[in-house]
Design a protein around this ligand. Structure first.
Ligand SMILES: Nc1ncnc2c1ncn2[C@@H]1O[C@H](COP(=O)(O)OP(=O)(O)O)[C@@H](O)[C@H]1O
Ligand SMILES: [Mg+2]
Length: 260
């Protein structure tokens, strides 16, 4: 397999009952790219992400990540290989500060293991210091320093999205899956969000796979863009080319776009 293909989906299908949500889809995401995924509601985009992130296995086909077959692996297994998808900030974290939210590092850290705590408490302490320092660095990178000690529940919708992005920086992510991260974010914060995605890509080498309804954001951030409709990949290219393709315009831009 071409080593540039960080993520490769081969003839993947997913049925719910008798209905195909994703039908024989093949696509790849090149390492270092910000690849877009667009298509009308119900096209199968989120279902595809769920399979890539391990939320459920495909009914057919295979998924490769970093050259290995990862079909059917669980979310935590994919997570430990560097596949991250963003989630809304969980409700239980609203009573923690922005900084503390970033410090909620997932399993796999020495501090998580009771055995390590018992055997070498010093390792846990230094791990905590390192995690706090990293969280501070991430907060600064995202230019959220002014709200570092604010409760996450008091942040604006856009600031929460930035924090969500920041959580992907706390671990060693190789690819970040963003599912409609811009929904409900005001224009100013949307620019911050886009700028941070660009910086994470260009300065830190993150690969992104982005589902988005906001076409301006897609055009600004993503190259290439993959188009899905009715469970299938129907096109891939630069956004500018896609806008001129009558088949795409018909399948997508022509149809009324509902934002869910
Ligand atoms: N858990 C599920 N059970 C049954 N049908 C589902 C489920 N998830 C998605 N679908 C169906 O699969 C199709 C694709 O949905 P989805 O992947 O959410 O599309 P998109 O994200 O492109 O809007 C839709 O027809 C949807 O109703
Ligand atoms: Mg969706």
């Amino acid at each position: 397999m071409d080593t540039n293909k960080l993520l490769e989906v081969q003839s993947v299908g997913k049925r719910f009952g008798g209905l195909a949500a994703v039908n024989n889809c093949s696509l790849f995401v090149e390492e270092g790219s910000v690849t877009g995924l667009i298509g009308p509601n119900g096209a199968g985009k989120t279902t595809l992400f769920n399979m890539v992130a391990g939320n459920f296995p495909p009914t057919s086909g295979q998924i490769f990540f970093d050259g290995e077959d990862v079909t059917g692996l669980k979310p935590f297994e994919l997570f430990s290989r560097g596949v991250l998808r963003t989630f809304q900030i969980a409700h239980e974290f609203s009573q923690m500060t922005a900084l503390e939210n970033l410090m909620m590092v997932p399993a796999g850290q020495p501090g998580e293991s009771l055995l390590t705590t018992w055997l070498s408490p010093g390792a846990v302490k230094s791990e905590e210091v390192a995690v706090r320092q990293k969280a501070e660095d991430v907060i600064d990178f995202l230019k959220l320093g002014h709200v570092r000690n604010e409760l996450a529940g008091n942040l604006s919708g856009g600031q929460k999205k930035l924090l969500e992005l920041g959580r992907t920086m706390m671990v060693e992510a190789k690819i970040v899956l963003l599912d409609e991260v811009a929904a409900g974010v005001n224009r100013t914060l949307l620019k911050d969000l886009a700028a941070n995605i660009e910086r994470m890509n260009s300065e830190l080498g993150y690969t992104f796979f982005v589902i988005e309804h906001d076409m301006d954001l897609i055009e600004r951030l993503c190259d290439p863009v993959i188009v899905m409709a009715q469970g299938e990949v129907i096109a891939k290219g630069h956004m500018e080319e896609l806008r001129r393709n009558p088949e795409i315009v018909e399948a997508y831009f022509g149809a009324p776009v509902e934002v869910d």
